[in-house]
Ligand binder design. Structure first.
Ligand code: MTE
Ligand code: MO
Length: 319
């Protein structure tokens, strides 16, 4: 939170050696149960205590590399004006989303990897170097916000997964449970929600897996317990409540691509000069203040990410 003091047991992120923190795969794996046992139903995640263990990781130290020239959006706005179609097609889904139980929660890592894994999300985040990053966020519907996310780089998960040479894409999937999310009974949507990145995007330092926001664990409506945040892309790429991460050599067909292929593509990078077929993307409305401001190329992250797209100019990079 703005102005909060770092607790003395929290290391500033500059003091955390990424190698030590991310790549201690053996120790992490020792505490987790690997693929085959879990797949055959032998995984036994202890219930109860894990939620509290994870909660004491908040707030995490802010990484000063990731700041924004606007104040964070009021928490009340960011947590009550949401897109989460599993719980309804309006922005007021927070109440319905309370049905989501974020613990225990397992994430399957499979596909083109050295060894498939099933991870308990509390185990995972206890071992990841949680940090806070303030990012811009831009929905394709032309509203925007600034959010202090807590989480860890997606790259750390990729390193853990050890993708094979042939892997070129990372496909991510949201939970599927119509008992919890009644809108998943609507057959005209291709449930579960799916999103994807190239491996180059997924290992870019801005690609972030959020487990919290505003110094606390993620509320259900914002994608608890684990959601993607890719701030240079339209918000629909930032898939919520992830249960599966698959490494593949095939470009994933994403949820919104399936629903409206002529409006939403795979890349979905923010560009004020490329209008949506039904509206301009030149400006955006800030949640909370309601102020209208110009949209920026790659949502203000062009210096960071434009290198990712060299040689891909023939692709529809901005839809
Ligand atoms: N599973 C899932 N993930 C999702 C969505 C969704 O409907 N279902 N909506 C997306 C869209 S369109 C946006 S703008 C962001 C909204 O995130 P927020 O509610 O945290 O602002 O979530 C994205 N991730
Ligand atoms: Mo969105």
């Amino acid at each position: 939170m703005p102005g909060r003091r770092r607790r003395d047991w929290e290391l500033p992120s500059s003091q955390v050696t990424p190698k030590e923190a991310f790549l201690d795969r053996r120790r992490l794996l020792a505490a987790m149960i690997a693929g085959p046992a879990a797949a055959s139903g032998l995984l036994d995640v202890p219930a109860g205590s894990s939620q509290e263990v994870a909660a004491d990781r908040y707030p995490a130290s802010r990484n000063p590399r990731f700041v924004v020239d606007r104040p964070p959006t009021a928490r009340e706005w960011a947590t009550s004006y949401n897109n989460y179609y599993e719980f309804g097609a309006t922005k007021r889904v927070a109440a319905a989303a309370q049905a989501l139980r974020a613990s225990p929660w397992r994430v399957t890592i499979d596909g083109l990897v050295e060894r498939p894994l099933v991870l308990d999300v509390d185990d995972l985040l206890r071992r990841m170097p949680l940090e806070e990053r303030i990012y811009r966020f831009r929905c394709v519907e032309a509203w925007a916000m600034v959010v202090p996310w807590t989480g860890f780089p997606l790259r750390a998960l990729v390193d853990l997964a050890r993708p094979l040479q042939a892997a070129r894409y990372v496909r991510m999937e949201t939970f599927l449970d119509p008992e919890v999310a009644p809108n998943q009974r609507q057959p005209w949507y291709p449930w579960p929600y799916v999103e994807g990145l190239t491996l180059a995007e997924a290992t870019h330092e801005l690609a972030f897996l959020a487990t919290g926001m505003y110094g606390e664990p993620l509320p259900p409506q914002n994608g608890a317990p684990l959601r993607l945040v890719v701030p240079w892309k339209y918000g629909f790429k930032s898939i919520k409540s992830i249960v599966r991460v698959t490494f593949t050599d095939v470009r994933p067909r994403t949820f919104w691509q399936e629903v409206v292929p002529h409006e939403y593509g795979f890349w979905a990078n923010v560009n004020p000069q490329v209008p949506h077929p039904r509206w301009s993307q030149a400006e955006e409305r800030l949640l909370g203040s309601g102020e209208t401001v110009p949209t920026r190329l790659f949502n203000g992250y062009a210096e960071w990410v434009s290198g990712l797209y060299r040689g891909l100019e023939g692709e529809p990079l901005f839809m």
